[in-house]
Design a protein. Structure first.
Length: 101
């Protein structure tokens, strides 16, 4: 699995709800990039331009009650809102993901 870093989040805000988060880095895998390109073609340019800003300076962070350990990071942009959906790696070691520090 290859991935690129989108930046870092403030984990202290999230740990009150989710418990200890082993890394602050948000990554996007090649598989997720392919999904965004295929299923959200119009929004992909926005994602490329603003995803890092959305991760590091979101206007809102909302817990996804339908999907465990998942949040929406929302950044207000002219004429649209950019939503970055992030699965928090609370048990990353169980999934074979690298814990970053």
């Amino acid at each position: 699995m290859t991935a690129i870093s989108l930046g870092h989040i403030n984990t202290s805000l999230l740990e009150k709800t989710f418990g200890k988060i082993p890394t602050s880095e948000i990554i996007v895998t090649d598989e997720r990039l392919a999904h965004i390109r295929e299923r959200h073609q119009i929004d992909f340019k926005l994602f490329e331009k603003y995803a890092a800003e959305c991760v590091e300076n979101p206007d809102f962070i909302i817990k996804d009650n339908k999907h465990p350990n998942t949040i929406f990071m929302i950044k207000k942009l002219p004429d649209t809102n950019l939503n970055v959906v992030s699965k928090l790696a609370l048990d990353a070691h169980k999934n074979g993901l690298k814990i970053l520090s």
